[in-house]
Design a protein around this ligand. Structure first.
Ligand code: NDP
Length: 285
């Protein structure tokens, strides 16, 4: 056989997408595994997703990540959608499954892997999620699928919060409860798992407005903020001796699941982790 100049393509469609760091960990993983795959960070504007999806089919992309603002619309252009992605109404990873273009959502699964690796019990437990956007929805659906008993959604916009609670109550086996977020909100005493699923802490050191004295022994505290190992929110929990999980490890885990869907091979998670630690200049716990 002669030399092949052909590459396989994957990447991400979104807008804005220029600051999406996924290329760093995926490319490091493909290179380490010797897979001739390129991860492309591609701006696809609103209104152009259908054409972009036709393009990725025509050019035989191995798969694609989907980010804002296309995670909901992309469902229309797929041949099949996983049950949890359908429940969330959002897909972030597209891959080929038996010749059909399939959609999965790896965000919540990446979160779940973090806490499962950390041996956090989920079945029959109670979770509180701050926020009701895409990340909150993905985490709520996966926690419910893993057997959590009750999920309290704390959110400022009542309509957003109630719509996620409806999904939990109508489409999962967990009980959903809504709490309206006004001022510094109290965290119920019987909370087992507390998750910050708001963007608070991304651009600065701000913390979600909760009563931090409510953080009690036995609670597991998790953040989705993907660009830091330690947010102010997680530091509050660490200072109280609580078990914590950060959004960077969640990001790496969800990227590892996407890698496995595209390549059919186990992801070199250590390589991905090292690449992201270098990118952000942090050391993960
Ligand atoms: P959305 O815009 O879909 O939702 C944001 C949610 O946060 C809304 O419920 C919003 O409330 C709430 N919120 C925003 N600002 C505040 C505030 N100041 N105080 C209280 N609540 C607030 O965003 P996503 O869910 O897509 O993303 C949220 C975060 O999750 C981002 O930082 C994102 O980077 C991160 N993320 C991390 C992932 C990972 O792998 N680590 C994966 C996916 C996302 P309201 O409804 O009232 O507007």
């Amino acid at each position: 056989m002669g030399k092949s100049y052909q590459k396989q393509w994957t990447g991400v469609f979104g807008d804005p997408v220029d600051d999406n760091p996924t290329v760093v960990m995926e490319q490091a993983a493909f290179d380490a595994a010797g897979i001739p795959m390129e991860y492309l960070t591609i701006q696809v504007k609103k209104g152009q997703l259908e054409a972009a999806m036709q393009g990725m089919r025509a050019m035989n992309f191995t798969g694609i990540n989907i980010t804002m603002p296309h995670k909901g619309e992309v469902l229309k252009y797929l041949d099949e959608i996983s049950e949890s992605a359908r429940t969330m109404g959002a897909v972030n990873t597209v891959y080929w499954k038996n010749g059909r273009l399939a959609g999965e959502n790896t965000d919540g699964k990446g979160f779940l892997k973090s806490i499962q690796d950390g041996k956090v019990p989920i079945e029959g437990k109670k979770a509180v999620i701050l926020g009701a956007g895409g990340a909150a929805r993905a985490i709520a659906v996966e926690l419910a699928a893993a057997g959590i008993r009750k999920i309290t959604i704390i959110n400022g916009n009542e309509e957003h919060g109630r719509s996620l609670v409806d999904i939990i109550n109508e489409k999962t086996s967990a009980e959903g409860v809504f709490v309206h977020w006004k001022g510094d909100v109290h965290i119920p005493e019987d909370t087992d798992i507390l998750v910050n699923a708001t963007p608070v802490g991304f651009v600065d050191d701000k913390k979600p407005a909760i009563v931090y004295e409510d953080l009690k022994e036995g609670m597991t505290v998790c953040d989705v903020i993907p660009n830091k190992a330690w947010t102010g929110f997680l530091m509050e929990a660490k200072d109280r001796g609580l078990k914590t999980f950060n959004g960077l490890q969640m990001l790496i885990n969800q990227g590892a699941i996407a890698y496995e869907l595209w390549t059919g091979k186990k992801a070199p998670v250590d390589v991905m982790r090292a690449a992201m630690e270098k990118e952000y200049g942090v050391k993960l716990p």
